[in-house]
Design a protein around this ligand. Structure first.
Ligand code: AMP
Length: 217
């Protein structure tokens, strides 16, 4: 099953991609996570991506596409994958088609998770992450047991630099202008699943898995 998730920052793509990866036993490939790992490890790719990421802008297509092409070439993706955060514009959408066609593959489903602007802002600005183990929390919707401390490993939680309000606004406008046109791009092919992302994590997962099951058995 080759899937990708489409939706604004804060729609819940990462959370749902994790659930789908476990359910279908396929790797979760998040371009944002791969870029953040390069940033932490201070690789040349991380250094190139940093200036775009801190501003909430898209990293150039050639860099991002090469990174995805390398990742889906790894053996764990041979039986499928769930992409999260790629493609992010029409060029990347066309590039993904090319990468898959070169391997005799295609996308089985594109899951569009929709949520209103105010909810996206609230989810992003209130998100906190554990820099040690990667666990995520929300100051209101999913607070840790002790304020500011990771339940899993006891590390102090931090806010992602690009979850600050000014950057969130840029990220949401980049989504509207560059990423949202992909909805129509996939809709005409009949592979788009429309999902209401305002509901609980469990309800959203259940409706994605149900809709995918109805199409692919
Ligand atoms: P995310 O965790 O998906 O919100 O991604 C964090 C940041 O990584 C984005 O704001 C971009 O700067 C960069 N990024 C992630 N995926 C892509 C992509 N497909 N194309 C360009 N930049 C990306």
């Amino acid at each position: 099953m080759n899937l990708t998730l489409l939706g604004a920052p804060g729609a819940g793509k990462g959370t749902q991609a994790n659930v789908l990866a476990i359910h279908y036993k396929i790797p979760h490939i998040s371009t944002g996570d791969i870029f953040r790992r390069h940033l932490r490890e201070e690789t040349p790719l991380g250094q190139k991506a940093q200036e775009y990421m801190v501003q909430g802008k898209l990293v150039p297509d050639d860099i991002t596409e090469a990174m995805v092409d390398d990742r889906i070439a790894l053996s764990d993706a041979a039986l499928g994958f769930v992409l999260d955060g790629f493609p992010r514009n029409l060029n990347q959408g066309k590039a993904l088609d090319g990468m898959l066609a070169a391997r005799g593959l295609f996308l089985d489903g594109v899951i569009h998770i929709a949520a209103p602007y105010d909810l996206l802002v609230e989810r992003l600005v209130g998100r906190r992450i554990c820099p040690a183990c990667g666990a995520t929390y929300h100051i209101r919707f999913d607070p840790p047991q002790a304020a500011g401390i990771c339940n899993v490993c006891g590390t102090n939680l931090v806010q992602r630099p690009d979850d600050r309000l000014e950057t969130v606004e840029t990220r949401l406008s980049v989504y509207r202008e560059e990423t949202a046109p992909l909805i129509a791009f996939y809709q005409v092919r009949g592979i788009l699943l429309e999902i209401d992302g305002t509901r609980s994590v469990e309800d959203v997962s259940q409706s994605i898995i149900q809709q995918l099951g109805a199409r692919h058995g």
